[in-house]
Design a protein around this ligand. Structure first.
Ligand SMILES: N=C(N)NCCCC(=O)O
Ligand SMILES: [Zn+2]
Ligand SMILES: [Zn+2]
Length: 325
């Protein structure tokens, strides 16, 4: 498509004509995928939380983020871009995963992701608990080879098993390293904090190839410096960003299943993401929003803005790729 066709992309419902609280919620009031046929960025929900170790409820996260995203506007000044005019972004609905069989759910998510990525779309996934990052990464790696990973989270999520289970929200990234689907030269956790099971958690994690930017590092060094360092490590490798909303302090994200004190602010998270806007972001997820513990949509609003920044990064790159052709 040439640049003169850019206005052909169908954007959000105009909130100056139809009140933004009217009608069913899609992400940012964008069209559904079936209304536009194909999309450059497919926003997809995964209402699954059978992998959690503490408070349940992230199965309702995707829809809470969609509801909170009604207030997003089409121009993103922080990245000087109108993400929904640069590329076709659409809401692809939900992946229906079996809540009673985690192994089957993991297969279902992988197959659905294969289908969406196979259309040429990048995925902006709204969780769901963190278990779903594994099948999403599997699918992305089938397309791009092992990918760089930026993992925003209070937790490492590289633990081995819980109650003997391999697929849980605390274990996706160990499985991913074992499966060889991550580029071990470019793996970072960001926002890590809180008590661990033992020091071994950290040594195991380091052996897998992860670097760690703790939440205290962000406070001390600032978002810009952290983003610069991450960008240098990633270079132009295909990048996947996985954001567990519990990377934020519980003051900024109370609505989550395993909250830990001492986290980054939503401003710091958004600023770090903006600092990564030149990275080759192939897909991303925002997970672990559990609206039952939320207040005044604090968490869902933060998650909706997070997904908006990620979508903007992808749309800008898609448009730049088109212009270069
Ligand atoms: N929130 C995520 N993804 N993982 C937390 C696991 C913490 C635990 O139960 O040890
Ligand atoms: Zn977490
Ligand atoms: Zn997590």
């Amino acid at each position: 498509m040439s640049s003169s066709d850019q206005n052909a992309f169908r954007g959000p419902i105009d909130s100056s004509r139809i009140p933004r609280y009217a009608g069913p919620a899609t992400f940012a009031r964008l069209p559904r995928l079936d209304e536009v046929g194909t999309a450059d960025v497919a926003v997809v929900g995964v209402p699954f939380d059978s992998g959690v170790s503490y408070r349940p409820g992230a199965r309702f996260g995707g829809n809470a983020i969609r509801e909170a995203s009604r207030l997003l506007r089409p121009y993103n000044p922080a990245q000087d871009a109108s993400p929904f005019a640069l590329a076709q972004v659409a809401d692809a609905g939900d992946i229906a995963a079996n809540p009673f069989n985690i192994n089957e759910a993991v297969e279902t998510v992988e197959a659905a992701a294969d289908e969406l990525l196979g259309t040429g779309a990048r995925m902006m996934t709204l969780g769901g608990d963190h278990t779903i990052a594994l099948p999403l990464l599997r699918s992305v790696a089938k397309k791009h080879g092992p990918v760089a990973l930026l993992h925003f989270d209070a937790h490492l999520d590289t633990w081995d098993t819980y109650f003997g289970a391999e697929y849980t929200h605390g274990t996706p990234f160990r499985r991913a390293v074992e499966e060889g689907i991550l580029d071990t030269e470019a793996l970072s956790h960001v926002g890590t904090r809180g008590p661990l099971y033992g020091k071994q958690d950290l040594t195991d994690d380091e052996k897998m190839g992860f670097g760690i930017v703790t939440s205290a590092d962000i406070y001390r060094r600032g978002a810009d410096e952290v983003a610069d360092q991450l960008r240098q490590r990633i270079g132009n490798r295909p990048l996947y960003i996985s954001i567990d909303i519990d990377c934020l302090d519980p003051a900024h994200a109370p609505g989550t299943g395993t909250p830990e004190a001492g986290g980054m602010t939503s401003r710091e998270l958004l600023e770090i993401l903006r600092g990564l806007s030149s990275c080759n972001l192939v897909s991303a997820d925002v997970v672990e929003v559990a609206p039952a513990y939320d207040h005044a949509e604090i968490t869902a609003v933060a998650a909706s803005h997070t997904a908006y920044e990620l979508t903007t990064i992808m749309s800008r790159q898609i448009a730049a790729g088109r212009a270069a052709r």
